[in-house]
Design a protein around this ligand. Structure first.
Ligand SMILES: [Ca+2]
Ligand SMILES: [Ca+2]
Length: 322
């Protein structure tokens, strides 16, 4: 299902584009049904991905943690009592024990990596009390201001679902790993991916998340929010926890296709400011950009050249409620 939004900046249409986008309940997958699909293996479920190594058993694969630079061997990287997966679901820093989740009935976050020839978007869900049976999942892309919902059958046929232990054993953490082609990112240059969580029958989205992937010099990057305590922020004082890092996520899961001049051990770090907002579309202008060290990754040498450029992101808050 595609919904055409008004083009940005069209005069006299602000009222239309600022309204919330209702998410049709009929288009949402019931999470319990998705889980049932896993419990009863079907031919198309991608069992191979279940073999992705997860040394610390927190639910995030080693490959995913390598991108995020969380510990592959410690489920709770910052030692604050909340495993990395739960912090991903609840949008708190896995790198700073000073930042822990606030009480919530449900929450949702997203991370990404490249692996096995595909880009993987991983939706991480937290449900207090572990009651998953009536939860509905929505997932889709925002491309050129179009909201494109991914239908239930696609999730059922391609997603890999795993459960992970939460800090409170009564709560549930669910990881839904959804692969898609890197070519989709290369074709459009930049796109947002969103996920929503609702309780069945309530008709309103309770929690939503979004993430940005971009194609830079033929390499897919996840524009990863720079949370408190990430590597390379030690001497940055007030900048800690702002901005984004451009994490290269080649589809081979390694460094395949990265230009040879890119700098190892560093990553491109950007700060932006919002210069426009319409509906859920947010226009960001790059204010600072530089390679920072302390990352097992790569930085494009002319990372700083993006200062002054603008790009669009998607505000998941625009999907909540309604
Ligand atoms: Ca792990
Ligand atoms: Ca933690």
């Amino acid at each position: 299902m595609t919904k055409r939004l008004s083009p940005l900046g069209r005069p006299g249409r602000e009222g239309a584009v600022r309204s919330r986008w209702p998410i049709p309940v009929a288009g949402l997958a019931v999470l319990g049904a998705v889980l049932a699909g896993v419990m009863t293996p079907r031919g198309e479920l991608n069992a191979a991905d279940l073999g992705s190594r997860d040394a610390d058993g927190d639910g995030l694969s080693d490959a995913q943690e390598q991108v995020m630079q969380t510990s592959v061997f410690k489920a709770d990287t910052d030692g604050d009592g909340f495993v990395d997966t739960e912090e991903a679901a609840r949008n708190t820093s896995a790198y700073s024990a000073l930042e822990t989740p606030l009480p919530a009935s449900m929450d949702i976050g997203m991370v990404a990596r490249g692996e096995g020839g595909s880009i993987h978007s991983v939706v991480v869900i937290y449900v207090e009390g572990g009651n998953l049976h009536d939860k509905e999942l929505g997932f889709g892309f925002v491309i050129d201001n179009n909201v494109i919902e991914v239908p239930t059958w696609y999730l059922l046929s391609t997603a890999t679902i795993t459960l992970a232990p939460a800090s409170d054993p009564a709560d549930a953490l669910v990881l839904i790993d959804i692969p898609f082609s890197a070519q989709l990112v290369h074709s459009f240059g930049s796109l947002s991916i969103y996920a929503t969580l609702s309780s069945q029958g309530q008709g309103a989205v309770s929690a939503a998340a979004a993430m940005q992937v971009v194609s830079v010099d033929g390499v897919v990057h996840w524009v990863m929010p720079a949370q408190n305590g990430i590597p390379g922020m030690g001497n940055r004082g007030g900048l800690t926890g702002q901005g984004s890092v451009y994490a290269p996520i080649p589809a081979d899961g390694g460094s395949g296709g990265l230009p040879s001049e890119w700098i190892p051990g560093e990553i491109c770090y950007q700060t932006t400011q919002v210069v426009g907002m319409q509906g859920g579309i947010v226009i960001q202008e790059v204010i600072t950009a530089e390679c920072i060290s302390g990352w097992d990754s790569y930085c494009k040498p002319n990372c700083a050249a993006s200062v002054g450029s603008t790009y669009t992101t998607f505000d998941p808050g625009s999907l909540v409620g309604g």
